[in-house]
Design a protein. Structure first.
Lengths: 489, 265
């Protein structure tokens, strides 16, 4: 039985289990649900859980273990010389292809099952026969590969059979156990809720484990990079000039500098505008205006960053060129091209406005009405109240919001790629093109990168650096926000 | 109410600090306060009592126009303080609130230092010309609120770190600091324990010397202890108003009697 059919069978068994379990519970209570410990539905769910959970677990483990075991067995059939001639992985994938081809040939009737198991390269043109059913092989099939493939098929078929039997047996066992345990005193509700709790725990662990996995993969590659390239040169090098031919200089300083510079400009744009917008929305706007303006502002947060990038490239950049460029309004010629730190910073700032305003708005709203009353009751005007009571009270939360926006700015890529240029440069002139850590990660990993070279591995070191910086910003932000929360609880 | 002898009433008219005439308050379509007439005497404590939702807090808030901050609230009739209509368009509600201070149900010190809490009002209204004058205002306000001895060595600590009773007295000191003429108190002791309550009541009694005080309370014992005059509200109507002694011992209205003897409310 193939996988979809097994799942279908489990599902049918589970649905049947629900009704059987519920029915048995009701009949054991003589149709009076008040005698039961739990609602009848819980007894049904209990059978469902016992049917599905153990059998699905067996299935998952089987799906992971079986290919590994079979691969192990079959690869032992491959002789040392063959393995040495090309790599074992390549031979094994050939074996798998031939085995798949034989399966296909059997299913299309080009061979019968007996023949698939007995054909020999000495007697049959296997490549030709498989070609007829649409399986193209790169080279002629060797006797060894064919034997391995046939054995592979055999193992797979056996595995499939045992998998089907095993999984269904566990499911039926669970089903029966669930039905047997169903009696009016059985605490079905509690046991179902326990299972639900474990499911929730499993979901949470997956999220956390994924994070750990990401960090680990970054760390391994970063360590690999530092083995090839000295860490001091990476962290303190002032030049970024990778060349895949060798002799690269991979100093992070110009990239970090541009990242910080752009983020700073972005925050200089986003913080005042976002904060003022938040104060207006939460303190002065009538409910009607607020109901319209707040969602509109939050639409900004939903625009894909690549669109902001286009905006930077096609609108803001040329606009700045018209002002600061050679033939511009000011006639100063400070700006050489549309791409610049300033262009990217301004556009990124626009992107961040809703972050700052939305979070700050929530935080300002969380300041208790009692604070406003207290201040107004002393004869303060509304703006004095905002300035001297509400903003100071909300300040820690606002700082948290700004830090979250900052970590967004540091990690932003598309706006930088399109708006800031591609040349790594150390300069204080915001109208010059520079490039950031994220943009360089993209450029180091796109194209024909050899993953063993420092020029490609540096991307992981860059990513790790960025990860650490944003992680620290987030921790600080969370700490501040939490401290703020305690104030009024 | 017109239940007192005419001569006595006439005397009160001339001397009253606040006089309300046919005051109506609406929240949207709800008629929350109906036809309230009351004279509040200077340098006395007047208590507003009544069951929850009877409008006593709403009426209190009309006296310094705190209801202005609620969009759907509408006030009709006239309320005069020292003969001046506070709902006249010429009156700045912000100035009015400096003159008619307010203390709220829950202590609401600002998340600032004790010193800054007290100095907040004087700074806004420019009452002090220099730092030493401000220091004087802070210390004298705290002294009047009976808090000076407890906090004089920790003026730069946050006001939110004090106990509930201290916080409420801090809020009273904060209200005193802008030298108001009237102090409105909206159930100032409802969040306090009996000991803190006793201290605040003692303070209210002392403040009577310099300020006109209107206090809303749910505790009839408290009304009896601190007030000289009591007004009983019921369903948005001022049922009865008179000397506290009289209201509690010899109420004229059946509803007042029922309320103070605990038969409803």
């Amino acid at each position: 039985m193939s996988l979809p059919y097994i799942l279908l069978a489990l599902l049918i068994l589970a649905v049947a289990g629900f009704f059987v379990g519920r029915g048995k519970a009701l009949s054991s209570a003589n149709g009076d649900p008040r005698i039961l410990h739990s609602l009848p539905g819980y007894y049904g769910w209990n059978v469902v859980v016992l049917t599905l959970v153990p059998s699905l677990l067996v299935l998952i483990v089987w799906l992971i273990v079986q290919p590994a075991v079979i691969n192990n067995h079959v690869s032992s059939m491959i002789s040392e010389e063959t393995a040495a001639a090309s790599s074992l992985d390549l031979v094994m994938s050939d074996v798998a292809r031939v085995a798949d081809g034989l399966d296909l040939a059997v299913s299309q009737g080009a061979m019968d099952a007996e023949m698939a198991n007995s054909i020999r390269t000495e007697l049959t043109d296997v490549r030709g026969r498989l070609g007829q059913v649409g399986v193209a092989l790169g080279s002629n099939v060797t006797a060894e590969t064919l034997r391995a493939a046939q054995s592979y098929r055999g193992w797979n078929a056996t595995g499939l059979l045992f998998r089907t039997i095993g999984v269904l047996a566990v499911a039926v066992l669970g089903f029966v156990l669930g039905v047997i345990r169903t009696n009016p005193d059985f605490r079905a509700r509690n046991s179902v809720e326990t299972v639900v709790r474990y499911i929730l725990i499993a979901a949470a662990s997956i999220a956390i484990l994924t994070t750990v996995g990401i960090v680990l993969s970054l760390i391994f590659n970063t360590v690999e990079f530092f083995r090839l390239y000295p860490a001091t040169d990476f962290f303190f090098g002032l030049t970024w000039s990778p060349s895949f031919g060798g002799g690269s200089e991979l100093g992070i300083v110009p990239l970090i500098w541009a990242t910080m510079y752009i983020s700073l400009i972005a925050l200089a744009v986003a913080v005042p505008i976002g904060l003022f917008a938040a104060v207006y929305l939460s303190e002065y706007a009538t409910p009607h205006v607020r109901a319209i303006a707040k969602p509109l502002l939050e639409i900004l947060a939903g625009i894909p960053t690549i669109v902001y990038g286009l905006f930077a490239l096609l609108t803001v950049g040329p606009l700045l060129m018209n002002v600061f460029g050679g033939g511009g309004v000011l006639g100063v010629g400070w700006m050489q091209g549309a791409s610049s730190v300033f262009t990217a910073g301004v556009v990124m700032g626009i992107m961040l406005i809703p972050f700052v305003s939305s979070l700050s708005d929530d935080i300002i709203n969380a300041v208790p009405q009692a604070m406003r009353d207290g201040s107004l009751g002393l004869g303060a005007t509304h703006s004095e109240t905002v300035k001297q009571v509400i903003l100071p009270a909300a300040l820690p939360g606002i700082v948290g919001a700004i830090l979250l926006a900052a970590s967004r700015a540091i990690g932003e890529t598309m706006i930088v790629v399109l708006g800031a240029g591609a040349a790594a440069r150390l300069s204080v002139n915001p109208l010059e093109a520079m490039t950031t850590v994220t943009a360089k990660i993209v450029s180091q990993l796109t194209g024909d990168a050899d993953f063993a070279s420092p020029e490609a591995l540096v991307a992981f070191a860059l990513g790790m650096t960025l990860f650490v910086v944003t992680l620290m910003l987030n921790i600080v932000a969370l700490y501040i926000v939490r401290k703020y929360r305690e104030q009024y609880d | 109410m017109n239940e007192m002898p005419n001569i006595e009433q006439a005397n009160e008219m001339t001397a009253s600090k606040i006089s309300a005439d046919k005051v109506q308050v609406y929240y949207g379509d709800t008629h929350a306060i109906k036809d309230v007439d009351i004279e509040i005497e200077p340098r006395t404590v007047t208590a507003f009592i009544g069951p929850s939702g009877c409008g006593k807090s709403t009426f209190l808030r009309t006296l310094n126009r705190m209801n202005d901050t609620i969009d759907i609230c509408r006030v009709e009739g006239s309320i005069k303080i020292d003969g001046e209509d506070i709902y006249d368009p010429k009156v700045d509600p912000v100035q009015l609130r400096a003159k008619v201070g307010m203390v709220f149900q829950k202590p609401n010190p600002f998340p600032k230092s004790i010193y800054d809490n007290i100095a907040y009002g004087p700074r806004i209204h420019g009452l002090a010309r220099n730092k030493s004058e401000l220091d004087d205002i802070v210390s004298s306000s705290l002294q009047k609120a009976g808090l000076w001895e407890e906090v004089k060595n920790r003026l730069d600590e946050p006001g939110t770190g004090m106990s509930g009773g201290q916080q409420q007295r801090l809020c009273i000191a904060r209200a005193i600091a802008v030298s108001p003429e009237v102090i409105l108190m909206d159930e100032p002791c409802s969040a306090l324990d009996p000991i803190a309550t006793a201290k605040v009541e003692e303070l209210i009694d002392e403040l009577r010397e310099n300020f006109t005080i209107v206090i809303v309370t749910h505790s009839m014992q408290q009304a009896a202890r601190v007030s000289q005059r009591t007004a009983f509200f019921h369903l948005g109507v001022l049922v009865e108003e008179g000397p506290t002694q009289e209201i509690f011992t010899n109420p004229k209205d059946k509803r007042t009697q029922d309320y103070i003897t605990g038969r409803f409310g």
